[in-house]
Every structure is written in structure tokens, then in C-alpha cells.
Design a protein around this ligand. Sequence first.
Ligand code: NAD
Length: 257
Amino acid sequence: MDYMANFGLTGKRALVTGGGRGIGLEIARALGQAGAAVIIAELDENGAAAAAAGLEAQGVRASYRVIDVTKPDTVTTLADHLNADQPIDILINNAGIARTAEALDTSDEDWLATMRVNSDAAFWCSRAFGRHMVARRSGNIVNIGSMCGTVVTQPQNNTAYITSKGAIHMMTKSLACAYAKHNVRVNAVAPGYVATEMTLPLKIENSSWHNRWVEQTPLGRLAEPHEVASAVLFLASPAASYCTGTILAVDGGYTSW
Ligand code: NAD
């Protein structure tokens, strides 16, 4: 067994939703460095263009598509279009939003928007791209869940976000069972707090929250995006060939107390 070769993705094609910045961009970099051609599927055109150009400058084969992944018809059209050209072997459902609101103050719009991006869109993508993977009997999907899908985080209240991540974890297991007989694996990474533009404004506005996050994390710090990307690379690679339905915690020990 050539163990290091087993982490390689040469000849593969990967699509990363929300890959224009943060964790998604780092995942695109990791998969690209492992040899995959990466496509960033992103709402923010400027962010996507800059991300793809930056990756290309580092020798990664990268391109981008501007898309709102909450639109199922658009997602299906993109999946059919890309797969007609060349198969998409790896799908990373990373796009997500976080809106902080006490449960009683959560608006209809906040609730629905959170579910649409964090849960519904991951299903639309897993269905549209998964259909081609199932037909080819080859492919693999990694969802970005959260430790919030396992435990209730503190001190901020995030009922909509927590619910959406719980849904992603169970969707991962359900699709893993549904697609396994077609040789398609479905796994998730469950990060703890990660230093990105999602958490930075909360940290700046409310340093007591940040202090609490660090105190409650055994490793005593937030994660860097590359630490999540490394776990995604493992699950997306042949090294994880016997993993499906796995929820891999990358949370600095947060859920271990
Ligand atoms: P981020 O806000 O920095 O990046 C999210 C990206 O998703 C942005 O580029 C955004 O434009 C894109 N996006 C949002 N809605 C979209 C849509 N409808 N269609 C296409 N793209 C869309 O966030 P991040 O911190 O990099 O988080 C990435 C993922 O990791 C999310 O699913 C998030 O819930 C999860 N996560 C983050 C943390 C954390 O602490 N940052 C912890 C656990 C899990």
C-alpha cells in the first residue's frame, strides 16, 4: 500500500460550494494541491473570481461558477452542464450562513434563510450531483456540518443555525446509506469555532463571547481553516475508502468535555 498516494486526487474534479473565501477556499486549495481540478460554486462573483485567480497563481487548476445554491433548478442545471462535459467526482457542500438571534427573536426570514443555505442547498446539490455519481457508480460527497450539529454551543443563541447543522449530520448518514450500494460515499466534517469572516464580526462585537469559546475549547484556541480542509481532504480521498456516514469532529476537543 502506497499510503501517501492514497491521499492524492490526481485526475479528479471537485466542486466546492461557497468556496470564495474562508473554509471553502481552503478546502479548494487542499483538494487542488492534492491534484484535483477545482470549481468554486459561489454566490459572490468578485470573491469567486479572486479565489480562483489566487489558486491558479499557486498552480492549482481552478475555475468558478456564480450560483445561488438555494435554487434547486439552478443547481440541477449546473450539475447536468458540468457532468456533460466531464464528471464531477467530489462535491463539497460548504456554503453556509450564521445569523445570531435569541430563539424568541428569530424572524421567519432568519429561520428560512438559514435552513435554505445550510440544509436545503446541501440536499439540492447532493441530489443533483449525486444523481450523476450514482449513475457512474463513483463519487464522493463531504458536507460541512458543525459541532453545533452535536451539542448546543454557548453563550450566543443560534437555534436556527444549530437546527440546520443537526439536519446536515442526519442528511449525511441518510444519504450515506442511500448511495452506498452505488459506490458513492457521503461524509461530514464537524468543525468547532474557526477563525473566518463568519466568526470575526462576532468576536469583534462581543469579546466576552470569544473568550468563552476559547475557554470551552480544550485546545484553547479557534481552528484555522486549513485544519478543517485537511480533514475534508482525508474524507474526499481514497484514504477514507471505508468511511461513509462519518461525522468527523475537528473541534479542538469542544465536544469531549
Ligand atoms: P464564510 O461566511 O466565511 O463563507 C461562506 C461562503 O459561502 C461565502 O463565500 C458565501 O458567499 C458563500 N455562500 C453563502 N450563501 C451562498 C449561496 N446561497 N450560494 C453560494 N454560496 C453561498 O463562512 P465559513 O466560516 O468559511 O464557513 C463555511 C462553512 O463552515 C459553513 O457551512 C459554516 O456553517 C461551517 N462552519 C463554520 C464554522 C466557523 O466557526 N467559521 C464552524 C463550524 C462550521
